[in-house]
Design a protein around this ligand. Sequence first.
Ligand SMILES: C[S@@+](CC[C@H](N)C(=O)[O-])C[C@H]1O[C@@H](n2cnc3c(N)ncnc32)[C@H](O)[C@@H]1O
Length: 285
Amino acid sequence: MPSATDPRAQVAAAAARLEAAGVASPVNDAEILLAHVLGIRRGDLVLATDVPAADAARFEDLVGRRAQRIPLQHLTGTAGFRYVDLAVGPGVFTPRPETELLAGWALERAREVVERVPVVVDLCTGSGAIAASIAHELPGAAVHAVELDPDAFTWAQRNLSGTGVDLREGDMADAFDDLDGLVDVVVCNPPYIPLTAYDGVAAEAREHDPALALFSGEDGLDAMRVLERVAARLLRTGGVVGAEHADLQGTSAPGVFASSGRWVDVRDHHDLAGRPRYLTARLAR
Ligand SMILES: C[S@@+](CC[C@H](N)C(=O)[O-])C[C@H]1O[C@@H](n2cnc3c(N)ncnc32)[C@H](O)[C@@H]1O
């Protein structure tokens, strides 16, 4: 790292170090870390004229840890998701930008429920990202969320405190029996990576996201099969479910729903990069 206090030189040197370490977005990460250290927004970095020595030392330490592939969000302690900021760190899955699309879909469907208070359930809530977004953007909705992992549950408690979300600790398989047949929208970003794909998972995820958040049986669809049954139990007739899946599951994940005979309008949706990303379906019975 340069001893110069010029922020641009600091970012350039840090980005080169991160790129050499295999970090996918080195300039982005260097800028976010420097802004974090300086206590300013990233967009205001252009206005910064120097980096005080103490901040430069802290920045160098953070860049070194990022070069070890510690997730950026664990270093800043926060992950932005739609319009909310979530506290994240060891023990909880870091919310991903692609999941914002699924949350947006759930919000649109909940907004269509005008004759009563829309009831939304976020299964596998992790940090609480989807539930927090829905509560934030649609304050009139009744939002419920469940998480199995005790560590992740603690993060969700922190993030959902004061939001009005009904958060419960437990297995989605038997969650919310008090809501059977009463739910308008079920949304879920389940674990979906096949156990056989372990070696192909990025270092940040493999070493820092909890295994329970990532892997789901040989074909990655064990949790999807549970979700299919739980969503059928929770939803009203005509209620809808949306679930994220891996980009290689654009046929197999919707197939879990299509083959059960309980669903109509089974569709798959692409993310902004054009990859299959989430399925949606409507309860038929
Ligand atoms: C891929 S993460 C998604 C977290 C969050 N919804 C998000 O999008 O950022 C999956 C989450 O499901 C939780 N989970 C796995 N199996 C579960 C189960 N049977 N019941 C409830 N939660 C479960 C994991 O602990 C993890 O927090």
